[in-house]
Design a protein around this ligand. Structure first.
Ligand code: GDP
Length: 183
């Protein structure tokens, strides 16, 4: 854990979660986003890992706490505590594995069951660098996002394409919702 960044006072603390099938790239996306402020901690009791990053929006300091499943999705062991208090989610699939796209319906159902109604969800098609083994088109991702009213982005955690944008889009939307409420 990096002190300083952790202890700094912040105006808002947001929790967000990463969800999606195994091996779609969730932990790689998170370590990209957390960068030098990377401080992965774990809560072995509920089987999660999380990282923090501080973001400045205007004159406000936001601390984003992002949770990763630490592989628990493999055992279908994600519980309601994972979603509790989460204001946003990155719902990730792998553009080179159709099955991970088909699973999104199940993940959306789970989100609606356990997550709050106002949760900001960004749909993320990861591994966009692997163009030759693509199984899910950009248009497929876009149509699902439109249908489900989600933001959408294709990313490459490997080549660091759009990773920052995907997280920041989610955090900005959460901030918009929260700061409106606070008025
Ligand atoms: P998780 O189980 O969803 O957390 O997935 P991981 O982050 O562990 O990634 C699963 C595998 O996919 C690893 O071998 C990563 O190196 C690889 N991977 C993750 N993101 C990308 C990406 O954007 N492009 C490519 N080519 N490989 C990736």
């Amino acid at each position: 854990m990096m002190e300083g960044s952790f202890d700094e006072e912040c105006d808002y603390l947001f929790k967000a979660v990463l969800i999606g099938d195994s091996a779609v790239g969730k932990s790689n996306l998170l370590s990209r986003f957390a960068r030098d402020e990377f401080c992965l901690e774990s809560k072995p009791t509920i089987g999660v890992e999380f990282a923090y990053r501080n973001i400045r929006i205007g004159d406000k300091l936001i601390k984003a706490q992002i949770w990763d499943t630490a592989g628990q999705e493999r055992f279908r062991a994600i519980t309601s505590s994972y979603y509790r208090g989460a204001m946003g989610a990155l719902l990730v699939y792998d553009t080179t594995r159709r099955s991970t796209f088909e699973s999104l319906r199940k993940w959306l159902r789970e989100l609606r069951e356990f997550g709050s109604r106002e949760m900001v969800v960004v749909l993320v098609g990861n591994k966009s660098d692997l163009t030759h083994s693509r199984e899910v088109s950009l248009e497929d991702g876009q149509s699902l996002a439109q249908l489900e009213d989600l933001s959408f982005m294709e990313t490459s955690a490997k080549e660091n394409v759009n990773v920052e944008d995907a997280f920041l889009q989610m955090i900005n939307k959460i901030y918009d919702l929260t700061s409106h409420k606070a008025l």
